[in-house]
Design a protein. Structure first.
Length: 411
């Protein structure tokens, strides 16, 4: 299916009114996340660039994905993610050279050393959730743990009280799944109503964080919000608007991604006792297991860009205006990069997966995400080493991001 990508009608790339035509169905199949790895494998065999519909192209193998992610001058991130935000998302929707300035200021706040300092707090928060159901012998893993845990960690990081958890979850969902408790429900909401909810929620988010910043200006503390206000690099500082735009992005980028990863990881482990036993028997395997599950599950299956000039990917022409998807999922099972890519192996000695993306926009929160995932794996398996899916349950994977919306476990 390798062919030329034309950019004549990029607006047609993501149909709003459903998936009626054959082209639309091809796109729908690409977004189905129930069992994507064999499909990824097939895409790589089909070549580095797939063009399922007019105005849209997907880079699949690792080298084609690198070509897209490492050339922000050809493939922009500007203006692609629109979720009720009134200004660009910082740093995701900013291209170099301005992007570099933001990363210089932000990277130190999310460095591994900072994450060492919060490890005990993250573990305490993990156990606070596990405490609520461990004696019951079952839990709705998605709702009772995977959804609230990353938000609870963020509250700690930002110096906010546990009581704000409900507000935090509601604001996040108002942007990501407006009008529905799950992605499936939210997709059924009228597009105008979705936009209305997103805009209202966005304003609430700006107001919420503005009030906290006022407080931290009056009384600085040892938390990320105070860090944002005081961080300085080469004489430059973040403005109040910058900080609000960053906080907005964190709600979108830093919470559901960890939720998604946890549901994918634990669904895999519940169904693969050999792998589960390796972790329960020897927790030192956890860091390698997290990397391998990030590779295999690729919770963020792809990242979007827009071609700003006529160019080429994997030797195929791409027209300016083409909406590009760089498939991280496919790149992560590319046999040119990984031996035995379709097998989940916790004993890989190197694992150069791109589950956190690549190029200048590589995930700012990767050290935080890794810490959350490792700590949760450790604390859970200490207390619940043996578990399985609730009998009779059928896993429902959301569309777009890989995430189990209804994971229920028993032990
Ligand atoms: C396992 C969990 C996570 C995964 C799989 C993940 C994945 C990604 C990916 C693939 C990108 C690249 C987006 C692109 O190129 O368009 C990204 C960017 C980003 N992520 Fe994460 N992420 C995770 C957790 C987090 C957390 C916890 C934070 C919170 C700080 C975070 C903050 C960000 C930010 C701010 C960006 C934009 C970076 C930039 O544009 O320079 N992520 N993430």
């Amino acid at each position: 299916m390798t062919q030329q990508a034309t950019g004549e009608d990029p607006g047609a790339a993501l149909p709003e009114g459903g998936f009626g035509t054959e082209d639309d169905r091809a796109l729908e199949a690409m977004l189905d996340m129930a069992n994507p790895q064999p499909r990824y494998e097939g895409w790589i065999e089909d070549g580095g660039l797939l063009c399922p519909i007019e105005g849209f192209a997907m880079a699949t193998g690792r080298s084609a994905v690198d070509e897209v992610l490492r050339h922000p001058e050809l493939f922009t991130s500007k203006g692609i993610v629109q979720l009720g935000n009134i200004r660009p998302l910082i740093p995701l929707s900013i291209d170099p050279p301005d992007h570099l300035g933001y990363r210089k200021l932000l990277d130190p706040l999310f460095a591994p050393k900072r994450m060492d300092a919060i490890e005990d707090d993250v573990a305490a928060r993990a156990n606070r959730f596990i405490d609520t159901f461990v004696d019951r012998g079952s839990c709705h893993f998605t709702d009772e743990l995977a959804v609230p845990f990353p938000s609870a960690v963020f509250l700690g990081l930002m110096g906010l009280p546990w009581e704000d958890l409900g507000t935090f979850l509601r604001m996040k969902d108002g942007i990501i799944r407006p009008g529905g408790a799950t992605m499936m429900e939210a997709e059924k909401v009228d597009p105008e109503e979705r936009t209305r909810i997103q805009s209202e929620t966005a304003q609430e988010i700006y107001d919420y964080f503005n009030a906290i910043l006022d407080e931290r200006e009056r009384e600085p503390r040892d938390d990320i919000m105070s860090g944002f206000l005081n961080t300085e690099m080469d004489g430059s500082r973040l403005t109040r608007e910058d900080i609000l735009d960053i906080c907005f992005l964190f709600l979108i980028a830093g919470l559901d991604t960890v939720t998604d990863s946890l549901t994918c990881f634990f669904a895999f482990l519940a169904q693969n006792p050999e792998h589960r036993r390796q972790i329960a028997k020897d927790p030192s395997v956890i860091p390698a297991a997290v990397e391998e599950l990030l590779r295999w599950e690729s919770p963020v299956p792809g990242v979007p860009r827009m071609a700003v000039a006529d160019t080429e990917v994997a030797g195929c022409p791409v027209k300016a205006g083409t909406l590009m998807m760089a498939s991280l999922g496919a790149a992560n099972v590319d046999p040119a990069q990984f031996g035995d890519p379709m097998t989940v192996r916790f004993d890989r000695t190197t694992n150069p997966h791109i589950g956190f993306g690549g190029g200048v926009h590589r995930c700012l929160g990767s050290h935080l995400a890794r810490r959350e995932l490792r700590v949760m794996m450790r604390e859970w398996h200490k207390r619940i080493p043996d578990y399985s899916l609730k009998p009779g349950s059928e896993l429902h994977y959301a569309r777009g991001l890989r995430s189990v919306e209804n994971l229920e476990l028993v032990w």
